[in-house]
Design a protein around this ligand. Structure first.
Ligand code: HEM
Length: 217
């Protein structure tokens, strides 16, 4: 298992750079290095940001289960960074749409948000992500106490809205949104099972304590 120092010094900075790769590739392609942005650069940028936003959110959701399955407590040290990258990519996806696609034409923007269901859903997910990003600091974690955990459970509905938003505008090939949905469903099912198991144990504990000598058998 890597030490805290190794995670801080090597793993975290390497992961940071890895998370930046999609942006770096887009920048290189914008200058025709190693590829191009294709015939519709705005769509390419927007789609790449949206894809990576969703992937990062799902990877963030997977951190706690992976920690438990592989007995790797150090993984938690990477969770905040992954979640913030998720927010960053979704925000860039939104800003690309707002500035490059819609040209900041507010009547069109407001109509789209209100009348195009897949955009309404994406927008709702973005709004829900903001409080999570704002409260991601240690200080906010301490200040909110138990409420922090409750608030940050919003990541599950956000990921589901993100998948729904994606699914809705996919024309024919649903394989990728289906894969994302399956992953989120497995992670959510595991979370629910873990919660159910710990409350069952809590309910059983006083019964054990009541038995003379606390005998279990
Ligand atoms: C958690 C929030 C969001 C996630 C995870 C997300 C993710 C995605 C993904 C994965 C795609 C498909 C990209 C592809 O076709 O390869 C997409 C497309 C799109 N998203 Fe989002 N999105 C989010 C929020 C938003 C918001 C806030 C807006 C605008 C208000 C928006 C507008 C769009 C549009 C217009 C497309 C279609 C682009 C096209 O025509 O190819 N999304 N999004």
């Amino acid at each position: 298992m890597p030490s805290v120092v190794a995670v801080r010094r090597y793993i975290k900075p390497s992961l940071f750079l890895a998370c930046l790769l999609p942006v770096i590739l887009l920048l290189l392609h914008a200058f025709n290095i190693g590829g191009t942005l294709g015939t519709n650069p705005v769509e390419m940028i927007q789609d790449t940001m949206g894809q990576w936003g969703l992937r990062m959110l799902i990877i963030t959701l997977a951190v706690t289960p992976l920690r438990d399955w592989f007995n790797a407590p150090w993984l938690i040290m990477l969770r905040r960074m992954l979640g913030l990258f998720g927010f960053f990519y979704v925000l860039m996806h939104f800003l690309t749409w707002l500035i490059l696609d819609q040209d900041l034409y507010w009547p069109g923007i407001l109509t789209d948000v209100a009348k195009r269901p897949f955009i309404t859903i994406g927008f709702a997910a973005l709004l829900m992500l903001i409080p999570l990003a704002v409260t991601s600091t240690n200080r906010m974690m301490r200040r909110l106490g138990k409420r922090w955990k409750t608030l940050h459970r919003l990541i599950y509905p956000i990921a589901l809205l993100g998948v729904w938003h994606y699914w809705w505008q996919v024309k024919a090939d649903i394989r990728e949104p289906l894969l994302y949905l399956s992953i989120v469903a497995v992670l959510l099912a595991w979370r629910v099972w873990k919660k159910w198991r710990s409350s069952a144990r809590r309910r059983a504990a006083p019964a054990v304590a009541r038995t003379p000598g606390g005998a279990t058998d």
